[in-house]
Design a protein around this ligand. Structure first.
Ligand code: BES
Ligand code: MN
Length: 461
C-alpha cells in the first residue's frame, strides 16, 4: 500500500511531463488507412518502442506486411499474474479539416469555463491518450519501486482503425509470446465524468465497399437520359431497401444468431439512468431513429445495424454537371451482436445486392474487416479486483456497461490465444473520437494513469 501511495504521488507530480510525452506522440500523424502516412505510422511505433525501452521494457518494433506492431516485455514478481496490455497507436483521418479549431496534429491544452482542461488533437482519446495512461502507470511503478506488480507485456497495434489486416497472422505467428493470463484493453469509455466503467460487451463489425457500374463511360444526361441505366439510382434504391419502416434490417438471415439481453442485464442498464433526450440532444438530435420499441442503450449496445458510411458517384464538385455516371460507390458497415456470423452477414449482403441488380449493371465488393460481437463473463476474478480498484479512484463506484463500438482484437485474443479481456477506458461520450476537435480530458489522463496503477497493484496482490 505504501508503494501504491508513492506511485500515485509520483504520477501526480509528473503530470506535466506525461502530458509532454503524450503531446510528442500526438504530433505524429499516424493515420493508418491512408498509405501516404505509412512512414508516420513507423515513426509512432519507433517512438513508443523507444519510450518503453527507456522505462525498462524489452521493447521492439515488429514489422508486418502493413504497419508495424510494438511488443514490449517486463518481468514481474514470482507468482504474480502476467497481463497483456493492448492499445493502438494509429488514428483516424482528420477530415473535415476545416472544422478543426486547431491543427489536428498540433496538440493544445484548452481550459474550459468550468475549470476543466483537455488535450485537443487527433488520437488524443482514440487511442494515444488512453494507451499512455497505462504506460505512465508502469513508468511510475518503475521509478518508485524498481519493478512492476505484475509481469507485463505491452502490445500496440498500428492498424486498428483500418480493419487490422496484419493482426491475425501476427497473433498466430507469436502465440506463445503474446499469451498472458488476461488482456487489459484501454480503448473504451467511462459511463460519465464521475463514473468509471468496465465494458462487458462490444459489437462486432463487417465492412463492405460496393461499386456498381453501368455504361462504359460517363454519359450526357440529356442525350442518354431516360434510356441509360444510372448506377447511382441502382445503388441508392438497393441501399434504401435494407431497412423497413420499423427500422429493421431486411437482408434475409440478418437476424440469425441475435438473442435478447437477459432481464437482469436490461434492468442494470435501466438503472444507469441514461437520459435519451440528453444522449441525442448533445449531438443535435431528438428522435431515436433505429428499431422501434427499443431503448437507446439497447439500440446501441445489443442490436445490430446496417449503416451507409459513405457514398459517391457522378459530379460532386462546384457548380453543376449534367451527367449519368458510369459508376457509383458506397461504404457500408454492419454492427453485429450476439452470435451473428461476420462471414454469413457479408455473404447475405452481397446476395441482397446481386438479387436486385438490373440488366446492364455489374457489381464489385471489397471487404473491409469482419469481427463478431464480444460478451465477457460477468463473474471473473479479474473483474472484481478491477472494479474495486476503479471505485477507489473515482467519485462514483465503477459500473458494468455495454459498448456500441468494436475492438476486433478482443475476439481474436479469446479465440486464438484463449485469453479473456478486461475493457477499461477513460474516454467520454463527448470526446469526438473519429470527428473534428477530438479531445481527451485531463482528468481522464491523470485519473486514468492512477487507475491503472491501482489496477496493477490489485491484480498483483
Ligand atoms: N476506440 C474505438 C471503439 C470505441 C468506440 C470505444 C466508441 C468506445 C466508444 C475503436 O478504436 C474503433 O473506433 N473501432 C472501430 C473498429 C473498426 C475500424 C474495425 C469502430 O468501432 O468503428
Ligand atoms: Mn480506439
Amino acid at each position: 500500500m505504501a508503494d501504491l501511495d508513492s506511485v500515485l504521488a509520483c504520477l501526480d507530480l509528473n503530470l506535466d511531463r506525461s502530458v509532454g510525452r503524450l503531446s510528442d506522440l500526438l504530433r505524429i500523424p499516424s493515420i493508418s488507412t491512408d498509405p501516404a502516412y505509412a512512414a508516420e505510422c513507423q515513426r509512432a511505433a519507433e517512438y513508443l518502442a523507444g519510450d518503453l525501452a527507456a522505462i525498462g521494457f524489452q521493447a521492439a518494433v515488429r514489422e508486418t506486411p502493413g504497419h508495424p506492431m510494438v511488443v514490449a516485455h517486463h518481468d514481474g514478481p514470482e507468482g504474480a499474474p502476467h497481463v497483456l496490455f493492448y492499445g493502438h497507436y494509429d488514428v483516424q483521418p482528420v477530415d473535415p479539416i476545416e472544422e478543426w479549431t486547431s491543427p489536428p496534429f498540433e496538440p493544445e491544452i484548452h481550459e474550459m469555463s468550468d475549470g476543466s482542461r483537455r488535450i485537443v488533437a487527433r488520437g488524443s482519446a482514440d487511442d494515444k491518450g488512453q494507451l499512455m495512461t497505462f504506460v505512465e502507470a508502469c513508468r511510475a511503478f518503475k521509478a518508485e519501486t524498481g519493478g512492476l506488480p505484475c509481469k507485463v507485456t505491452i502490445f500496440l497495434e498500428g492498424e486498428e482503425e483500418s480493419g487490422s489486416p496484419s493482426l491475425v497472422p501476427f497473433l498466430e505467428a507469436n502465440k506463445a509470446e503474446l499469451s498472458a493470463d488476461v488482456a487489459l484493453v484501454c480503448d473504451t469509455n467511462m459511463w460519465d465524468r464521475q463514473t468509471p466503467a468496465i465494458s462487458t460487451g462490444l459489437r462486432g463489425l463487417v465492412g463492405e465497399e460496393v461499386v456498381i457500374k453501368a455504361a462504359n463511360r460517363d454519359l450526357h444526361s440529356g442525350y442518354y437520359g431516360g434510356a441509360a441505366r444510372n448506377p447511382i439510382h441502382v445503388l441508392t434504391t438497393i441501399l434504401g431497401e435494407m431497412h423497413d419502416a420499423d427500422g429493421r434490417v431486411t437482408i434475409p438471415g440478418f437476424y440469425d444468431g441475435v438473442g435478447e439481453v437477459p432481464e437482469e442485464v436490461l434492468k442494470s442498464w435501466e438503472d444507469l439512468g441514461l437520459s435519451e433526450a440528453e444522449f441525442l440532444g448533445s449531438v443535435g438530435l431528438k428522435t431515436p431513429a433505429g428499431e422501434k420499441g427499443r431503448t437507446v442503450l439497447e439500440q446501441t449496445w445489443s442490436r445490430p445495424t446496417a449503416e451507409v458510411n459513405g457514398i459517391s458517384g457522378g459530379y460532386t464538385g462546384k457548380g453543376f454537371k449534367t451527367v449519368i455516371p458510369a459508376e457509383a460507390f458506397a461504404k457500408v458497415s454492419f454492427r453485429l451482436v450476439f452470435d451473428q456470423d461476420p462471414d454469413k452477414i457479408r455473404a447475405a449482403f452481397r446476395k441482397f445486392v446481386e438479387d436486385r441488380l438490373p440488366d446492364d449493371c455489374t457489381v464489385e465488393f471489397h471487404p473491409h474487416g469482419g469481427s463478431g460481437a464480444i460478451q465477457l463473463p460477468f463473474d471473473s476474478p479479474w473483474l472484481e479486483k478491477t472494479r474495486a480498484a476503479l471505485s477507489d479512484e473515482w467519485p462514483k463506484p465503477a459500473v458494468m456497461i455495454g459498448m456500441g463500438g468494436s475492438i476486433p482484437v478482443v475476439g481474436e485474443f479469446k479465440s486464438r490465444l484463449g485469453m479473456e479481456s478486461l475493457l477499461v477506458g477513460f474516454g467520454l461520450g463527448d470526446d469526438a473520437i473519429h470527428s473534428p476537435n477530438e479531445k481527451y480530458e485531463m482528468t481522464s489522463f491523470q485519473k486514468g494513469q492512477r487507475s491503472w496503477a491501482r489496477i496493477l497493484a490489485a491484480l498483483g496482490r
